[in-house]
Write a protein that binds this ligand. Structure first.
Ligand code: KG4
Ligand code: ZN
Length: 353
């Protein structure tokens, strides 16, 4: 059994979590998260300098809160795990510096974590409602967040993941905007607050017709596992302009949102299932903020021949429990760093997989 503190500050969530790793299970004991969404909303997106400054204010109380909620002392920890790549560099540095200071003072090993490995691990976290997830391998992972859209084919359970897992398993990714970014940019054009994915979802659910408007699908070739969403925002802007000019935009909003949503969800579902079939995968796992989308879930449940697994909603968006879980596997494999190594540890905005 090991007790891990996870720290996540790569974008606009400041989060700390205490997790127990035991017998191949990953149980979050406490997770404390401060979301900066309201701070960035007036700007329509994340402002990096605002993010770093706020992480600096939040990081100590958030770590303290997670420890207190779990009734854990720093001395009880086996290791400290922290996201050190990829993300906003100023934001990452706050988490990495806090983790280094804490690990140094407490004499604990430090485990650097790749944020995307954290997202993959979010699917293995034990849920208070549904217990431990049952993921059969090979499994296809769709990682769809505000910053990334990746397809991974994972052959083995996390305990045996090599440090090169992300690059070894990568089967496809977006060539331009991420799926969440496509939702957010379209939502901005439609006048919804940041982040707009959930507003498009909500508006579409008011009886919107997904095929009301024909919006472009990038890289339609049957066997392509790459995504492209950058053409969508121009098409949405032109459509909104035309409907506004005709004075029918307000009434057409559910149809517009359902069509935009379909233009993003359709390639996500189709390409994930192409990979599932190609690899004979026994399960599909969907992680990242876009996993919350109701149309995506409906499409997978009608189209997928194998079980589709989602993390609890609280673990879909950025959180430190998934970082603690990714750190736990690396710690168990002997990748915990001691001060002579971790004092040189840096943060990286863009990391090679
Ligand atoms: O995983 P996440 O916190 O982002 C990164 O780590 O980058 O996910 C945030 C993204 C945002 O783009 C947000 O609009 C999107 O997830 N999102 C949704 C929904 N809920 C959140 N997109 C579509 N439908 C939703 N219901
Ligand atoms: Zn993320």
């Amino acid at each position: 059994m090991s007790l891990i503190l996870g720290i996540e500050t790569s974008c606009d969530e400041c989060s700390a979590s205490i997790l127990i790793h035991e017998g191949g299970g990953y149980s979050p004991v406490s997770t404390s998260t401060f979301s900066q969404i309201e701070l960035h909303q007036p700007y329509g997106g994340v402002v990096p300098e605002v993010a770093s400054r706020n992480h600096l204010e939040q990081i100590d109380p958030i770590i303290w809160d997670a420890l207190q909620k779990a009734k854990v002392e720093i001395a009880d920890l086996d290791a400290i795990a922290v996201t050190n790549r990829p993300g906003l560099i100023g934001a990452l540095l706050v988490g990495v510096t806090a983790a280094k200071a804490l690990a140094y003072v407490a004499g604990k090993p430090l485990v650097p974590v790749h944020h995307l490995e954290g997202h993959l691990m979010s699917a293995f976290l034990k849920s208070p409602k549904t217990g431990a997830p049952k993921i059969e391998f090979p499994a296809v992972f769709l990682l769809a967040s505000g910053g990334h859209t990746n397809l991974h084919c994972v052959e083995i359970p996390p305990e045996s993941w090599a440090p090169t897992l992300l690059s070894d398993s990568l089967a496809g990714s977006s060539m331009d905007d991420a799926a969440g970014e496509a939702f957010d940019k379209s939502a901005k054009i439609l006048g919804f607050p940041y982040p707009g994915g959930k507003w498009i979802d909500l508006e579409a659910s008011k009886g919107g017709n997904p095929s009301a408007f024909d919006l472009p699908r990038g890289l339609k070739q049957k066997d392509s596992l790459s995504f492209s969403f950058s053409g969508l925002k121009t098409a949405v802007a032109l459509l909104v302009q035309r409907l506004a000019k005709e004075g029918v935009l307000q009434d057409a909003l559910p149809d517009v949102c359902a069509s935009v949503q379909e233009a993003i969800v359709d390639p996500l579902v189709r390409k994930t299932l192409v990979l599932q079939k190609m690899k004979g995968a026994k399960s599909v796992v969907v992680v990242g903020g876009v996993a919350a989308n109701s149309r995506l879930r409906a499409r997978f449940s009608s189209d997928s021949p194998v079980p589709v697994i989602y993390p609890d909603l609280q673990y879909c968006t950025d959180n430190a429990a998934m970082i603690a879980a990714a750190g736990a596997i690396r710690y168990a494999q002997g990748y915990g760093l001691m001060p002579s190594d971790f004092l040189r540890l840096n943060a990286f905005a863009i990391a090679e997989h």
